[in-house]
Design a protein around this ligand. Sequence first.
Ligand SMILES: C[S@@+](CC[C@H](N)C(=O)[O-])C[C@H]1O[C@@H](n2cnc3c(N)ncnc32)[C@H](O)[C@@H]1O
Length: 261
Amino acid sequence: MTTDHKILYDTEHISCDYAARDYLDMAEKTFIEEFSKKLTEMDMLDMGVGGGRTTKYFAPLVKNYTGADYAPYMIAACKKKYGDSYKFIECDVRDMNSVSDNSFDFILFSYNGIDSFGHDDRLHALAEIRRALKPGGIFFFSSHNLNWSGLYGIFSFRAKEGSCFSLKKPGRLFNLLRLRYLNKSVSMKRHIKKLRKKKAGHIYDNSLNGKAGIYYITAEEQVKQLHDAGFNITATYSRSGIKTDDEEILDSGCWIYYLCN
Ligand SMILES: C[S@@+](CC[C@H](N)C(=O)[O-])C[C@H]1O[C@@H](n2cnc3c(N)ncnc32)[C@H](O)[C@@H]1O
């Protein structure tokens, strides 16, 4: 199955929602602390910039900043929010024909934007990112963790309301049944087990109001995928910002951040 979320992201409503976001994740803060001195020398591409959540924090720190997104509504929202202060371009990461080889020192693809499409497209995206990076350039991104210890829990009736995946109480039974239908599985436990054997696959997890199948991958498989695309992994971070390769810590979170060059 391949999924393409452009139709879901490219709306006024979703772009306004993303443009209203104004915070950094702990892992992004850790990254900035670690790289604050080097960032001043870097040409940065903020891929899948959405409504510019990260722009406010990264753009003033780097030498040149470009925000990119394939959704015209997202780019319009960034331009409205930041005026002419920074450059924003419409660009699909899977085919960055407007970006020359060796253009950037640093590419960020935050908030699991890379999980928005199918497996083959993901490999194209990695190859394009590699091409757009200067030799020695760095790539920092997050991705959904297929080995997340809480993954079964989001399909449970007892999922805590208020958690990022929780299904609101009214209609919860309907939504849970709907997710089972979309995942083509009566038992989500069995479905997740099957995907874990394959080390990657799509899950309807209620993201984008349950309309989007999201790519989940184990850390081990993500590292392999990056190696195959020509990257060296330099670090992994938990969503809570801990730099670690300890599986237990990484698997306690729904996302993992990868730093590579
Ligand atoms: C989950 S949102 C995150 C937005 C923003 N980075 C943030 O952290 O708030 C993912 C973003 O990636 C963009 N995106 C998804 N697939 C893309 C692609 N193939 N090329 C460029 N942008 C893409 C979407 O339009 C969306 O704005």
